[in-house]
Design a protein around this ligand. Structure first.
Ligand SMILES: *Cc1c(COP(=O)(O)O)cnc(C)c1O
Length: 381
């Protein structure tokens, strides 16, 4: 990224991270579930109103925990959008489940709830909506369908922390939800994640899975007098040093989100007329949604225009990037029967979507350079 005058992403920093990490070192407890981890849990539980939050080493690992909690068997089916990050799907494939790829809506690029019911079979065990760019999926419809067929909803909320759907926080709507604190996300500790447990039925087993299949958490609460191996599991606890890093950001979440909102709105206003003139589609934010300001993207008229625009911006020192390739057409997706034409919206937007530089330390001059770069592009045909 060093060769770019305006990089695509830089991690958010509040300035208190190092002081908090030093405190975790001084505490003498740097492994998992120390005081900083507990503070992060309490912070998210109180703010979002989630009964139990568990920090994990990544969103990928939180998704793996969700898949373990569902006790999936080979042949079970999990409905996922084709337009998402590989971890959304891989976590379930790891358990032997079959991903069923759904298409997305052409406006929000979220799981198309109108096509959902036709994908449900007697083997469907879960639906995994992804709130793309931090804009909520149509959760009332998705939850109603899930309820009718007795299927769990797992929100992949990697983009959506602090976003809302009809006044309700994203991540609180499914039985389980997963967060990412990777450096490309709004709130970061480098690598990290969280499992949000809304259905308390999962809580005790989630603690066991996260602690190598032992009842260590119950032991520390004095509920059992020794801890032992009670179930399958793995090691999903982040170091308390990373939780310290994370707390330094969570405590400043409103400022972080305000900065992102300002950058997002500036792009959207500056590009409104330009987009209309060149048949470029700007993001759609439904009126009942409060978005999480995770990214700013545009949809260009064609793959050829996008390829030329990326090169044009690069020559001006600006890094712009495309996003997900359709998972149903990946090598793995084809092994699950993925075919061209199966998810036409995903196939089309994947070719045409371009993400613009977006990071909290972005200066007005940097953003102006991106906007002027777009205005200066003429190679539309
Ligand atoms: C970033 C991301 C993930 C994975 O997050 P990690 O914390 O890097 O494992 C999963 N799903 C989506 C939609 C993401 O954007």
């Amino acid at each position: 990224m060093a060769d770019y005058k305006v990089p695509f992403n830089l991690p958010t920093m509040t300035g208190s991270e190092l002081a908090y990490i030093q405190r975790s070192l001084a505490n003498g407890h740097v492994s998992g579930d120390g005081t900083f981890t507990k503070q992060c849990h309490a912070f998210l539980e109180e703010l979002l109103g989630v009964p139990r939050v568990l920090l994990t080493t990544s969103c990928t690992h939180a998704l793996e925990m969700a898949a373990l909690l569902l006790d999936l068997q080979p042949g079970d089916e999990v409905i996922v959008p084709s337009f998402t990050f590989v971890s959304t799907v891989n976590a379930f494939a790891l358990r032997g489940a079959t991903p069923i790829f759904a298409d997305v809506r052409p406006d929000t690029l979220n799981l198309d709830e109108s096509k959902l019911e036709s994908l449900i079979t007697s083997r469907t065990r879960a639906i995994v909506p992804v709130h793309y760019a931090g804009v909520a999926c149509e959760m009332d419809d998705i939850l109603a369908i899930a309820k009718r067929y007795n299927i769990h909803v797992i929100e992949d909320n990697a983009h959506g922390l602090f976003g809302k759907y009809k006044g309700r926080w994203l991540g609180t709507l499914g039985s389980l939800a997963t967060q990412s604190f990777h450096e490309t996300k709004n709130i970061t500790c480098g690598e990290g994640g969280a499992l949000l447990i809304n259905d308390a039925w999962f809580t005790e087993r989630a603690e066991i899975l996260r602690e190598k299949g032992t009842n260590r958490s119950r032991f520390f609460r004095g509920q059992v007098d020794k801890y032992t191996w009670v179930d399958i599991g793995s090691s999903y606890l982040p170091s308390d040093m990373l939780a310290a890093f994370l707390l330094a950001q969570l405590e400043r979440w409103t400022e972080i989100q305000e900065v992102r909102a300002r950058i997002w709105r500036r792009y959207d206003q500056a590009l409104a007329d330009w987009a209309d003139e060149h048949r470029v589609q700007r993001p759609t934010i439904p009126v009942h949604v409060e978005q999480a300001y995770h990214m700013y993207y545009i949809l260009l008229p064609s793959l050829e225009v996008r390829t030329r625009l990326i090169a044009f911006l690069k020559a001006r020192g600006i890094q712009s990037v495309f996003h997900y390739l359709p998972l149903h057409l990946s090598d793995m997706g084809k092994r699950y029967g993925g075919q061209v034409g199966q998810a036409p919206v995903t196939e089309s937007v994947s070719d045409r979507l371009l993400r613009l530089p977006f990071y909290n330390s972005m200066t007005e001059a940097e953003q102006q350079a991106v906007i002027e770069g777009l205005y200066a592009f003429t190679d539309w045909t």
